[in-house]
Design a protein around this ligand. Structure first.
Ligand SMILES: Nc1ncnc2c1ncn2[C@@H]1O[C@H](COP(=O)(O)OP(=O)(O)OP(=O)(O)O)[C@@H](O)[C@H]1O
Ligand SMILES: [Mg+2]
Length: 221
């Protein structure tokens, strides 16, 4: 599903180059569930942004679902990203002016799904994550755990093959974290989606059969 070969990422901050990823080699098979762990500042989010095609490597090769991402222009990358990837973030990034269902419909609007079909799918997804009774709420009327369940429904809207979650439980308490972990496990079983989760939380890391450890911009285990 994913293959990174000698991926480097260097940011430019004023006059200095800041090397963040320093030769990442990583392959993830279709259907795997992988946790990525490492100290704050080790480059996990930078790595996730590259995996998610939100950012490009400075050098090295990234093959996503058979596409050599480096060979695509920005439109090509957007297309592959929209068809292939779902994102879940620690800070939710829900639109406050839209209802819960409207938020889940959004990626389907971008993908050109007709209104009735996207409404039906958003409703079904929200029922699946246990929020069928909150369709017309606004995000600020939900708890943190509920918001994250909306984000998971939104991430699944276009049936991604790769689901990327960067600290999905970072803003949640232990109980809400357990609910989210169980939901990820169920969805992984049900859909066969490839699941990559960045976390600080040992419990979240342990829930994944494979752990990838990042230190100083390299995979160390
Ligand atoms: N746009 C940027 N410009 C310059 N430096 C950056 C930029 N983005 C990240 N960095 C630096 O790159 C390093 C890695 O950042 P990154 O966000 O990938 O770490 P992380 O492992 O996700 O950390 P955390 O666990 O705290 O989320 C940090 O030292 C950060 O300061
Ligand atoms: Mg991070």
């Amino acid at each position: 599903m994913v293959r990174l070969e000698q991926v480097h990422k260097t940011y430019r901050a004023g006059e200095v180059d800041v090397p963040v990823l320093r030769g990442i080699d990583l392959s993830i098979e279709t259907g795997e569930h992988v946790a990525i762990m490492g100290r704050s500042g080790s480059g996990k989010s930078t790595l996730m942004n590259i995996l998610g095609c939100l950012d490009r490597p400075t050098s090295g090769r990234y093959v996503l679902d058979g596409h050599d991402v480096g060979a695509l222009d920005d439109d090509g990358i957007s297309t592959v990203r929209g068809r292939t990837i779902g994102f879940v973030f620690q800070q939710f990034h829900l639109l406050p002016g839209r209802t819960v269902r409207g938020n889940v419909e959004l990626p389907m609007e971008y993908a050109g799904v007709p209104p009735e079909a996207r409404r039906a799918r958003a409703t079904a997804l929200l029922e699946r994550v246990g929020l069928g009774h909150r369709l017309d709420h606004r995000p600020n009327q939900l708890s943190g755990g509920e918001k994250q369940r909306v984000c998971i429904a939104r991430a699944l809207a276009n049936r991604p093959r790769l689901l990327l979650a960067d600290e999905p439980t970072g803003a949640l308490d232990t109980r809400a974290t357990a609910v989210i972990l169980e939901l990820f496990a169920e969805l992984h079983r049900e859909t066969g989606v490839t699941l990559v989760v960045v976390t600080h939380d040992v419990a979240v890391g342990r829930a994944a059969p494979r752990l990838v450890e990042v230190a100083d911009g390299k995979v160390v285990g």
